[in-house]
Design a binder for this molecule. Sequence first.
Ligand code: DU
Ligand code: SF4
Length: 232
Amino acid sequence: RGLGELDAYLTQCRACPRLVAWREQVAANRRPAFQDWEYWARPVPGFGPPDASLAIVGLAPAAHGGNRTGRMFTGDASGDFLFAALHAVGLASRPTATHRDDGLELYGVRVTAPVHCAPPQNRPTPGERDTCRPWLTAELGILAPGLRAVVALGAFSWQALLPALGAAGWRVPRPLPVFGHGARVTLPAADGRPDLEILGSYHPSQRNTFTGRLTFDMLVEVLDRAAEAAGL
Ligand code: DU
Ligand code: SF4
């Protein structure tokens, strides 16, 4: 089973009643600036090539970002920051992302999230995080043979990612390593898979970027180190 097939199944998922209601309610109440848009209003698949050696894991689609455009991090402030940084380190064909059909290419990078539907207040419940985990586990499993590094954006991402990696067959230390900006953990090679480097970064949400908690240079530095670990 490939990523295309996984994404096709994923986009039909209705397992979280609260998120199904929210993603559709947001689409029925479009922002004035987006009146002409037909919102995606479904689970948002990961974005990037199936042979990616680097994965970047966020939190969940934004209501008027990924939930509108149908592509992870596309069309919101967090994504503007992330794609500009990816372009700055040579991992994206352009610094901007506007729509799932905008032609943007990622080089060796897959951008995804542990929760695939937009949650109210950008805050999924622990139950929703656990319900969505098998999708991330499956995606990581498909990427596994060539995957060499993963960047977790924020503590929620880190805490959802590590169990998903465990479920996908990596040996994850217990207790789970603690998240921090600059945190780094190596999961040992196994089953023909290479070593996997896990790197933590603060999430590029406006809450962090407006306050200077995460600067552009800080994100670029983490992505640079991740690209090196991934052989990119
Ligand atoms: O509605 P549409 O953009 O024409 O998408 C058709 C079909 O493609 C939908 O069932 C999901 C799938 N798809 C996908 O798997 N990954 C994407 O990034 C965009 C669409
Ligand atoms: Fe399905 Fe995940 Fe969306 Fe829940 S958040 S409905 S598990 S795709």
